[in-house]
Structure formats: structure tokens, C-alpha cells
Design a protein around this ligand. Structure first.
Ligand code: SF4
Length: 333
């Protein structure tokens, strides 16, 4: 049975200022204030079909949930909690800033059925954080993550690549530091420059160049593989299409199938290593986990065509004994 995630947006609520890249109204496609009747209506629609109650959540995204006006935050939590209390959902998830977490807040969240907290870390480089107007430090991410885990919540961390002032090396260091905090889940967003943001101004003045989609795929495929090797679930890779992102897009790495591009890249890089090491040419069969065949093949057979340019003619087959990102090569000549 399908699990559902009732995503409710509180765009920019609680944010002390605007981060360089952020335009939640464009990302979420909503600008009105979330009300209790919006929550009731979203839950009514979501629960009108069969779903897995044990694994479904109500989620507050798009702002700094724990920094919003306390009375309003509690009204929203009370409204959502009645559905958790009646067994329709396993819990509530919220996203917030690392500097808006303390013991008292965690007690409140626990009392209202919050089970998972996601922190917008974005970078673990203090200079990058400052250049992008985040208003918190890497140490704030460490402290908040430790506190969240100590209080028994599921920890989610969000990071961005290609931010103003960042480099692929700094992004990889960020991923390493996030792995050391042992989150249960991660979201990775290559930077997309949106209208009405400071990044758009910096981009137009020539002071900032975002990653191209190709560069972001290269960078994010390495990072995705790192989280995968550490056993950490990447629940999102790349900005969602939808909302008003297409209309607000200025520049950067935005592709509706971004994750698939990264996964195909992981397979190609692993294959290339094997081929180079074993000096393979001619015909081969590549075996992968059966559900991964299309990722190995690549969009429009891109990986197969790249292999051909290296003098290798490859067929791809499924093998249920293989795990994710574990290609096995058999020579056919
Ligand atoms: S704290 Fe989060 S939601 Fe608020 S402006 Fe920054 S990125 Fe956007």
C-alpha cells in the first residue's frame, strides 16, 4: 500500500531574513498563510484513497517552522496532531533552521507528535554560509543535529551544491561532515537561481556563475554515492518541478529527471573504472540489479553510446543478486 506525505507549506514563515537563493513562494507555488482549514482539507483529500497509515506523515515545509510565531505554530501542530492521535498518520515532519532548535522546542514538538525534523544545513563551510546570508554557522548544524538525535527524533539534513562561494571540493566536504552527523535522511539540491533573489542579482552582474546541469550531475553523483555508501537515504535530489519554478527559473541546474541523470552517471563512472583497470574492449554484458537497468543504460542510451566511443559494445541485463550501483562486467569476446 502506498505511503503518503501531506506536504503543507509555510513559505518564509519564521525566517529572520532572506537567504541568497531562496524564493519559497516560487518553489512552493503558494504565498497565502496556511490555515487550520487548509490542513483539514489537505488531509481529507489525501486520505480519501487507500494508503499506508503506518508510514504516512503530515509535513510542514518551506519556512523555519520552529521559529514562527509560537501561538501560530502551536495552532498548526494542534490541528495536524489530531490526525496523528486518531491513527491516520505515523507522525509529523517539519523543516527548520539549525539555529532555531533548543531543548524547550524539542519538548514542544515531541508533545505534538513530531517524529522527524529536517535541518537546512546547506553548507558546512562558514564562509559559504555567510556569503549566502544564512545567518548560522556549521557549528549550529552540529549542535542542533546532536540535540535532535539525543531527543529521539529522526534527523533529516538538507544540503546544496554550487552555492555562491562554494566549490565541488567544499560541497564534498559538506557531504562528509553531514555523514558524520548520522542523519537518517538527506536532501540534496543543486543551486537553481530564481527570480527575486540575491543570487539572481549576483548572476546578472556576473559575480556568480551557478553550476550547469552537467557540472551539477558530476558533483551530485559523487555526493549521492557517498551517502549511499554510508547507508543514508537520499530522499530528494534536485528541486521539484511544479510550484512556479519553471516560470521563476533564471539559471542553474534544474532538470525534471535530475536524480536519474546522477544515478546513470554513477553507473558510468563505475563502469569506466572497471574498463580502464581491466583494459576491456569489444563486447561485454553488464549485469545490474534488475530495477536499475534503465539507469545503467542512461537516458536515450547515453551510457551505452559513451561506452561505444571507448571501443566497448555493451548489453545490459538484470541480476537479482546485485545491489544498487554494483555493476558486474562479463566479457563476451
Ligand atoms: S531559512 Fe530556509 S525558508 Fe527561510 S529564507 Fe532561508 S532557505 Fe528560505
Amino acid at each position: 500500500m502506498k505511503h503518503i506525505n501531506v506536504a503543507l507549506f509555510v513559505p518564509h514563515k519564521g525566517c529572520p531574513h532572506m537567504c541568497s537563493f531562496c524564493n519559497q513562494k516560487t518553489i512552493s507555488g503558494t504565498s497565502s498563510e496556511l490555515t487550520q482549514s487548509d490542513i483539514d482539507e489537505a488531509v481529507r483529500i489525501a486520505t480519501s484513497k487507500e494508503y499506508d497509515k503506518e508510514n504516512s506523515e503530515i509535513a510542514f515545509f518551506g519556512g523555519s517552522f520552529t521559529a514562527i510565531d509560537r501561538k501560530y505554530m502551536i495552532q498548526l501542530l494542534e490541528c495536524a496532531y489530531k490526525y496523528v492521535d486518531s491513527g491516520l498518520f505515523k507522525g509529523i515532519r517539519c523543516s527548520t533552521r539549525p539555529d532555531a532548535i533548543d531543548e524547550e522546542m524539542l519538548e514542544i514538538l515531541k508533545n505534538y507528535g513530531v517524529t522527524a525534523i529536517e535541518l537546512g544545513a546547506q553548507s558546512m563551510d562558514d564562509e559559504v554560509l555567510s556569503m549566502n546570508d544564512r545567518g548560522h554557522t556549521a557549528e549550529d548544524v552540529v549542535k542542533a543535529s546532536q540535540l535532535i538525535k539525543k531527543h529521539g527524533f529522526e534527523l533529516g539534513l538538507q544540503m546544496m551544491t554550487g552555492l555562491y562561494g562554494s566549490t565541488p571540493e567544499k560541497d564534498i566536504e559538506t557531504a562528509e561532515r553531514l555523514i558524520s552527523l548520522k542523519p537518517e535522511t538527506v536532501r540534496i539540491y543543486p543551486t537553481v537561481v530564481l527570480e527575486n533573489t540575491r543570487l539572481a542579482t549576483l548572476y546578472r552582474s556576473g559575480d556568480y556563475t551557478p553550476e550547469t546541469t552537467e557540472e551539477a550531475v558530476e558533483n551530485c553523483s559523487v555526493i549521492l554515492d557517498m551517502f549511499n555508501n554510508a547507508g543514508i537515504k537520499v530522499i530528494r535530489l534536485g528541486l521539484h518541478s511544479g510550484g512556479n519554478v519553471e516560470e521563476g527559473f533564471v539559471a542553474g541546474a534544474f532538470h525534471p529527471a535530475f536524480r536519474e541523470l546522477c544515478e546513470s552517471r554513477i553507473y558510468f563512472d563505475k563502469l569506466k573504472k572497471i574498463i580502464d583497470k581491466e583494459k576491456i574492449t569489444g563486447k561485454i554484458t553488464i549485469y545490474v540489479c534488475p530495477s536499475e537497468i534503465s539507469k545503467m543504460t542512461g537516458q536515450k542510451k547515453s551510457n551505452i553510446l559513451l561506452l561505444e566511443q571507448m571501443g566497448v559494445q555493451a548489453g545490459v541485463r538484470g541480476d537479482g543478486r546485485l545491489g544498487k550501483y554494483e555493476p558486474r562486467v562479463v566479457r563476451e569476446d
